[in-house]
Design a protein around this ligand. Sequence first.
Ligand code: SAM
Length: 300
Amino acid sequence: MAGRTDIEYTYTLIDRIFRHCFGETGDFSGAKYDGDFSLTLEEGQLRKHEYIVQNLNIRRGSRVLDMGCGWGSFLGHIREIGAVGVGVTLSSGQQKACVKNGLDVRLMDCRTITPETFGLFDAVTCIGAFEAFCSKEESEAGRQDEIYQNFFQTVADLLPPGGRFYMQTMVFGRKMIDLTTVDINAERNSDAHICALMEKQFPGHWLPAGVDQIVAAARPRFCLLDKSSGRLDYIETLKQWSRKFRSFGLKKYVFYLSLIPEYIFSRQLRERVDILAEDANQPCFEREILDHFRLVFEKS
Ligand SMILES: C[S@@+](CC[C@H](N)C(=O)[O-])C[C@H]1O[C@@H](n2cnc3c(N)ncnc32)[C@H](O)[C@@H]1O
């Protein structure tokens, strides 16, 4: 799995940049446009939140656990409707930002939560964190199915019978390339190069072979209620992120300028920002090297 160091690199290092560009409690996962790309990023993210609320029967007073809550976007949304949310993240920057914004968020590995930790929940979500639960090394050691099955057991233990779980995750797409060809020194923008950039951006992360692997891992404890591909919506999300990241704003550009000394002296920050700016994710989805799925489960 991606450990604390990996997660601090992927998220905490860009904490201030992220909040500057996307707001204090911005989403860092694919939005839901349902193919209507006239929607703004915020409208697409709101549509996703509303879809989850509706499918998980979340209402005033519901207790909801958000595993891998990022900067608290979904927790902020359900707070508006009077639900009681608890979030967990492995990024100290995200946790501090969430607490500052009045959200109940703990710094811990969500896979270690038991009913003794916070009690039971009416609903559980995991929006874009599943990718961090199994590393490449664990996958190569043949442990991926076992890791996913254990995760679904953890979630099942936190829900009553009939309780619902929503997750969305990237998976390898139908045009995934031979892994032995992945190479950071390959020709720029080639499949081999963009896959290597993805690996660098998300150390410790690895993806399910496809959606069927996830559904099979969940099957003993959950039945699948809804499944949809969010690949095209993810491409639109990435386009809108990129526009927001680059668009001119005086305050934002003054902030970027203030980062220059750190950018020069911190190799890690330089590497992270350069990979972010190169944006390997969009071509990966466009070329179907990656796919993306939204899944609604009900505890059997
Ligand atoms: C791509 S972000 C998604 C954030 C948020 N759900 C959203 O939609 O904006 C992935 C999140 O998963 C968290 N994460 C990854 N592995 C985790 C783990 N084992 N326990 C808790 N959080 C984890 C990261 O810290 C990060 O907050």
